[in-house]
Write a protein that binds this ligand. Structure first.
Ligand SMILES: C[S@@+](CC[C@H](N)C(=O)[O-])C[C@H]1O[C@@H](n2cnc3c(N)ncnc32)[C@H](O)[C@@H]1O
Length: 311
């Protein structure tokens, strides 16, 4: 699918309905009814029905007119996939994902281990980064999550770059075949330190490890275990996104003379919404200010480097 410009039968499309509504659309001409009959695939949206077979051959990004509005057919980039994917677990979002990719120093060709796979949100971003010559080995001890992830990775075009296995990594590790071959390990587990011995076995010297934990007590325990297993360059970060609001306001030029005259002028019936006094004159200008509240805590990200050759 990667590099593919036009939508084909069996492609996955992210249907952009509006700013808050993204849907995963599987492009098939027909769907099966409960009694086993094949009927044309008609996808219902708030803007009217979409005949799915009509999107075949359209370029990604195309706008499709429906009876009461329009939708866009978007390519399933990891960022859009994260926003639209079916949740089987809690997932990681792009803010944390970008820090993980950067701090694990991932790039094309890297070999990565991940546990657990969960809903595959992080996996897709890792895959896009390490393609076309890297490999992701992802593990989860929940068999249905592994099955769903494999099906999704294949339909998104990542199949040949990923091995997804059903395994408890705390008990059974990542597999002897990976010993000393892995560039980076990522752990999104309740007790990441229980997988640390296994992670150390598969990591190369100077390989990177990261773990995501919502609670600081988990971070403390993980850091103690990292230190006693010879890891260095420990760093824990939390990323909170603070947005800025941009408004147009009128900046006034204070003048004693104007202030004197103002007492004689009647107050205008309507004051400006930004609180400035129109009798002061001034020019409309853009103004930006950080909002005072933001989306809360997701988790702490702990990173470290595996040092194997120290005496
Ligand atoms: C929060 S989810 C991971 C979400 C994933 N990072 C994402 O972005 O979609 C945690 C997953 O770890 C799995 N898990 C927990 N303990 C495990 C273990 N010891 N071995 C393998 N998988 C485990 C759970 O089944 C669950 O699917």
């Amino acid at each position: 699918m990667h590099g593919q410009r036009c939508i084909e039968e069996n492609s996955v499309v992210i249907l952009y309905v509006d700013f808050k509504t993204l849907r995963v659309l599987r492009v098939t001409k027909t769907v099966d009814t409960k009694d086993g009959k094949k009927v044309p695939n008609i996808y219902q949206t708030i803007y009217g029905p979409l005949n799915v077979s009509e999107v075949i051959g359209k370029p990604y990004g195309a706008r499709i007119e429906l009876k009461k509005g329009f939708v866009y057919l978007m390519f399933p980039s990891p960022e859009l996939w994260t926003l639209a994917l079916p949740h089987r677990t809690q997932i990681l979002y792009s803010t944390d994902i970008s820090l993980i990719i950067a701090n694990l120093e991932l790039k094309p060709g890297k070999i990565v281990c991940e546990a657990g796979t969960g809903s595959g949100s992080l996996s897709c971003s890792i895959l896009r980064t390490i393609m076309p010559c890297g490999k992701l080995h992802t593990f989860d001890f929940h068999d249905q999550r592994v099955e769903c992830a494999v099906e999704e990775f294949t339909s998104l075009g990542y199949g040949e770059f990923v091995v997804a296995k059903h395994r408890d990594v705390c008990q059974d590790g990542f597999g002897v075949e990976l010993t000393g071959k892995v560039d980076a390990v990522f752990l999104d587990l309740p007790h990441p330190w229980l997988a640390l011995t296994a992670a150390t076995k598969v990591l190369k010297n100077c390989g990177r490890i990261a773990s995501f934990s919502p609670c600081v007590e988990q971070v403390q325990k993980m850091c103690v275990e990292l230190r006693s297993n010879g890891y260095e360059q420990l760093k824990t970060i939390e990323c909170l996104v603070r947005e800025s609001v941009v408004k147009t306001i009128t900046l006034t030029t204070p003048s004693l003379c104007t202030a004197k005259n103002r007492t004689e002028e009647p107050l205008p019936k309507r004051m400006k919404t930004d609180g400035s006094d129109p009798r002061d004159g001034g020019e409309a200008t853009f103004f930006s200010m950080p909002v005072t509240s933001c989306a809360g805590h997701t988790g702490f990200l702990t990173f470290a480097t595996c040092m194997k050759n120290r005496s």
